[in-house]
Design a protein around this ligand. Structure first.
Ligand code: NI
Length: 203
């Protein structure tokens, strides 16, 4: 008697389970890579951000010289995750007290089509704490997101201007030489972030 072929109703759940497993594996591998303390430097995650700030000035290796940097990639039209993470960053800066002078919080847009310097200037002003907003040409933003291994993709909206962006959500703590010190996943409380910054920076 020939073995019976598995029924379609058992194949579909297995296929879904397998896909879920693959997705989970990819997420774990990504998280492992992002938290690997050995990355940074040539070919590692990070690097100087060559973009345009909220006042239209280009940024290069001299702009944030000597400062630790707290870097987040998102977009101003984001309904929830981006404002939450940026608020956490400025709350962590508050908790650092005077040491906050040694850390530059930076918001980099993944949506340069809508996030002009003027738009960013208004937006970062809502958060205060000297939060810098960076945008640039599409190639400039692509170079920055590649260097920081940021995932993002356009998600169609009701009309051409109301689209959303799917994007990875990590707060990167960068050393003064623009190499990675550590990564805070989305949802990290501000006191944990402040403690992580103090430990990494030694202050
Ligand atoms: Ni967002």
């Amino acid at each position: 008697m020939a073995p019976r072929r598995p029924a379609a109703r058992t194949i579909l759940p297995r296929a879904i389970f397998a896909l879920f497993g693959l997705g989970l594996l990819a997420a774990v591998v990504t998280a492992w890579k992002l938290t690997d303390r050995s990355v940074g430097g040539a070919g590692g995650l990070g690097g100087e951000l060559r973009l345009v700030d909220q006042d239209g000035r280009t940024t290069d290796e001299t702009t944030f010289r000597g400062h630790w940097r707290l870097v987040y990639f998102g977009y101003t039209f984001c309904p929830d995750v981006c404002p939450t993470e940026l608020q956490t960053m400025v709350d962590a800066m508050d908790e650092l007290g005077p040491k906050a002078d040694r850390v530059q919080p930076i918001f980099v847009t993944i949506d340069p089509a809508r996030d002009t310097p003027e738009k960013l200037k208004n937006y970062v002003g809502l958060f205060g704490h000297n939060l810098v907003g960076l945008t640039g040409s599409v190639p400039q933003v692509q170079a920055a997101t590649r260097a920081y291994r940021v995932y993002y993709a356009k998600s169609p909206g009701a009309d051409a201007d109301s689209y959303l962006m799917d994007h990875s959500s990590f707060v990167y703590l960068m050393k003064p030489d623009a190499t990675l010190a550590t990564v805070f996943p989305a949802g990290t409380p501000s006191d944990v972030m402040a403690k992580g910054i103090r430990e990494a920076a030694g202050f």
